[in-house]
Design a protein around this ligand. Structure first.
Ligand code: SF4
Length: 211
């Protein structure tokens, strides 16, 4: 499979934010979100076998591993990779853009699934049938860049009863919407969501890679 990078850092998002984590970033993405901060993963990467990836992950001696992209579900080898990571005792997070079916993902993998908002330009690719294939410990993420995105996210949460079913994460598009503004909207509307900042962008330079 084509791997863009493997590195060790702090998990910056989700309910696991703040924990040391190994990141396995797979190359390629089928979407082109307007705010994408990992466009370098669209094509760059080197071929590695599942065994080579597992050996690289083991080298960090860290029980938390995130499989991300790009869009990691585009490459079929990702499924045996996740199976073997789970089998070796790791807690495995999967970050997916939410346009591809998650049915084949190992049930113990914690899936963090985006629902793309209108300002991403990719909202039409959200695969809502995935919502019925998730477990209560999987997480739904909205990355919000405008008031329209916020209202759309709120309506989508209500339509699918998301906050009764899963942890729901609300993030801002970095440098586009003030975190304080989003927090004020959430509090005004009493939304049952977890607000999050992309922690790594405050610890390191926002455009840094490998952190
Ligand atoms: S899904 Fe992720 S990697 Fe793909 S374009 Fe959108 S933000 Fe970038």
């Amino acid at each position: 499979m084509k791997i863009n990078e493997i590195y060790y850092s702090i998990q910056g998002e989700s309910s696991y934010a703040g924990l040391p984590c190994v990141f396995v970033r797979l190359t390629y993405c089928n979407l082109r979100c307007a705010y994408c901060d990992t466009a370098y993963a669209f094509y760059e990467g080197k071929d590695m076998s599942v065994d080579e990836v597992l050996a690289a992950v083991r080298g960090y001696d860290c029980p938390l591993v995130e499989v991300t992209g790009g869009e990691p579900l585009l490459q079929k080898e990702v499924f045996p990779l996740m199976d073997r990571l789970v089998g070796s005792g790791c807690t495995v997070l999967l970050e997916t853009g939410g346009s591809l079916d998650v049915a084949q993902v190992h049930p113990q993998v914690i899936k963090i699934v985006d629902l793309k908002c209108p300002s991403s330009g990719e909202c039409q690719h959200n695969l809502y049938s995935n919502l019925d294939k998730l477990q209560p410990y999987d997480e739904i993420k909205f990355v919000i860049g405008t008031r329209e995105d916020y209202l759309w996210s709120k309506a989508t949460m209500e339509k699918y009863r998301l906050s009764d079913r899963f942890p729901v994460l609300f993030s801002t598009v970095f440098d586009k919407l003030e975190p304080r503004q989003l927090v004020e909207w959430v509090l005004q509307d009493r939304l049952k969501v977890r607000f999050q900042l992309q922690m790594h962008k405050y610890i390191w330079e926002p455009a840094s890679r490998g952190v």
